[in-house]
Write a protein that binds this ligand. Structure first.
Ligand code: FAD
Length: 291
């Protein structure tokens, strides 16, 4: 139907969902409820993050292993360079491979807060995501995704240097990139143009973050521009979680609609282990549950 509420066409888009490993039983129940609601949308993969400093190593593994055992979903385990030697990373990779996991998301990770914000590699570890990708690609035939930053990673010397780094990660064996969240479609499309001009042909999936806490978004945003219209949109909603969630879903659906209009057909959602917003946006993108 020709109406702005109908962004995509049924069967025309594909999606993936990102979750984080639960800390306790209550959060575990919430996660599996979200997975149960989103699974019928037939995601191309679902990814599970890895906590800062490797603090969630076991929990990430347990979540991914359960996805393999109990669902038909294709899980992707995030893995970082933080606080681990190359030998330890190799062991983790072996364990994933043996558990039937074939996809990884390879990241450098953020420096722990006590390091004063500078990333210091483990003495026997990997110093960057590109090195990690190279090591993982040598260990098994993993399908590897990496991170990309349309608005440039905060530590990068320049936008060009950051793009060179993305190219190194893909040349080292990564199959695709997933972006940091963004709210400016222009920033994303400009980045795709620059990537193409730099010879990058691998897919760069937009990472879509529906706002659940505006304060948290401000904290996490790094270089991500928060446009003035967005600040205005969420004004007065700090103490109104219900309306805030609905407004956030509408805003993210509109972002996706504009991406769709620009040719995007693959979308990656940061779900924060909640199904409602992601499901709503997918529905507005024309996605319907698999029979
Ligand atoms: P890299 O690609 O290694 O880049 C880090 C910085 O170093 C960049 O500024 C880059 O330009 C620069 N750089 C790299 N190599 C060189 C070089 N040779 N010379 C000069 N500069 C160089 N964090 C977690 O802890 N757990 C997660 O599960 C997680 N999941 C994420 C998922 C996605 C989709 C995204 C976008 C981010 C995720 N992060 C996660 C955050 C990520 O770990 C941080 O953003 C981290 O600061 C950078 O990781 P990276 O893999 O992009 O690093």
């Amino acid at each position: 139907p020709d109406h702005p509420l109908f962004a995509g066409l049924p069967g025309d888009v594909s999606v993936s969902f990102e979750f984080f490993p639960p800390k306790n039983e209550k959060m575990e129940a919430q996660l599996w409820d979200a997975i149960g609601q989103l699974a019928p949308l037939d995601p191309s993969f679902v990814s599970v993050t890895y906590g800062a400093g490797g603090t969630t190593r076991e929990r990430t593994h347990a979540t991914v292993a359960r996805l393999v055992q109990e669902t038909d979903l294709i899980p992707a385990a995030h893995l970082t360079c933080v606080g681990a030697s190359k030998g330890e990373i190799a062991e983790i990779a072996d364990q994933y491979w043996e558990a039937g996991v074939r996809r990884l998301v390879a990241l450098r990770g953020d420096p722990p807060p006590e390091s004063g914000g500078t990333f210091v590699p483990h003495p026997e570890g990997y110093a960057s995501a590109a090195e990690l990708v190279e090591g993982l690609a040598r260990s098994h035939d993993f399908d590897i995704s990496v991170a990309a930053y349309p608005e440039v990673h905060p530590e990068a010397a320049s936008a060009e240097a950051d793009l060179d780094n993305l190219k190194r990660k893909l040349d080292a064996g990564a199959a695709r990139a997933i972006t940091q969240f963004f709210f400016s479609t222009d920033a994303y499309f400009r980045f795709l143009d620059k990537a193409l001009a730099a010879g990058i042909t691998a897919p760069i999936l937009p990472g879509i973050m529906p706002v659940t806490s505006f304060a948290a978004i401000r904290r996490m945003s790094g270089n991500t521009e928060i446009p003035g219209w967005m600040v205005a949109l969420f004004e007065g909603l700090d103490e109104r979680p219900g309306p805030r969630t609905l407004v956030a879903a509408v805003a993210a659906a509109d972002l996706c609609r504009r991406l769709y209009a620009g040719g995007v057909r693959d979308f990656h959602f940061y779900t924060l282990n909640k199904a409602e917003q992601a499901y709503t946006i997918c529905h507005l993108l024309g996605l319907r549950p698999k029979a």
